[in-house]
Design a protein around this ligand. Structure first.
Ligand code: HCB
Length: 216
């Protein structure tokens, strides 16, 4: 029987090889073998994606490689999502969470994983998509009255806009009605503290743990 570490390592390698078909096959094998699919996403697929990102930063890989790796990762997540959803079962809604990738930023893989995991955990999730205008977050708080409004930012140039969500919620007089959550690779607890965000989530599991605590 295949071990978790082995299948994670193979998934990581397949993302780094930009091999969608291999990623899909590995994910199907993982489902068959009943290994932990959350670990497969975080310690396998995401680890491969991060390695590609590091090599892109170092100049040893280029944008087409990043695109190909993200397609391979997305292919794997698509295979695993129904299993994750089935694991969630029919649970009573713990409340609403609105999430989106911030204005100017089209990175959506991490936000999509967070949205899926929150759904599985029993939250009703409203996904605003990517490149979401700050005013749209504010309007969504007015419309949906969520427990948490989450933003994702993958670039140092776009994470600064997370501050504007705080400011515009205050200007609209609704900051106290909702908890704000920030995440994305360059985002840290220090950044969340600096801008006054209520929740910093390092990854999807952390987002679920912290939103669960907020819902209690
Ligand atoms: Co892109 N990109 N990229 N990229 N990209 C990054 C982010 C760089 C860091 C790469 C680098 O230089 N090392 C860099 C940003 C540098 C900076 O900070 N300024 C960068 C750049 C520069 C760019 C372009 C500008 C490149 C160009 O066109 N010249 C361009 C951006 C255009 C734009 O947005 N306006 C671009 C484009 C792309 C794509 C399209 C090729 C592709 C995205 C595909 C897609 O998302 N549909 C892409 C990718 C894949 C990456 C890297 C390699 C991986 C991102 C990723 O998906 N990681 C990334 C390098 C990196 O981050 N290591 C690189 C995997 C996911 C699972 O992790 O961190 O997103 P995550 O999410 C976690 C976690 O953060 C947390 O939970 C998630 C799950 O565990 N989380 C939240 C995320 N959001 C949350 C929200 C919450 O409320 C709570 C928790």
């Amino acid at each position: 029987m295949v071990s978790q570490d082995e299948i994670n390592a193979r998934a990581k390698a397949a993302v780094m090889d930009f091999d969608d078909e291999a990623v899909e096959e590995i994910c199907e094998e993982a489902i068959e073998a009943k290994v932990d699919v959350v670990s497969l996403i975080q310690d396998g697929l995401t680890a491969g994606m991060n390695e590609v990102g590091d090599q892109f930063e170092q100049g040893t890989l280029f944008l087409p490689h990043v695109i190909a790796a993200s397609e391979a990762m997305s292919a794997g997540v698509a295979v695993l999502t129904p299993v994750l959803e089935a694991q969630g079962g029919a649970v009573k809604s713990k409340g609403k969470i609105v999430i989106g990738t911030i204005e100017g930023d089209i990175h959506s893989i991490g936000k999509d994983i967070v949205a899926t995991m929150l759904k599985i955990a029993g939250f009703q999730v409203v996904d605003l998509g990517r490149d979401v205008a700050i005013a749209t977050y504010v309007d969504a708080v007015k419309e949906h009255k969520p427990l948490v409004i989450g933003s994702s930012a993958l670039m140092t140039t776009t994470m600064v806009l997370q501050m504007q969500i705080e400011e515009q919620l205050k200007e609209a007089g609704i900051r106290d009605t909702v908890l704000t959550m920030v995440g994305g690779a360059p985002v840290t607890q220090d950044w969340a503290d600096k801008i006054g965000s209520d929740i910093y989530a390092e990854n999807a599991t952390d987002a679920v743990v912290k939103c669960n605590a907020a819902a209690e």
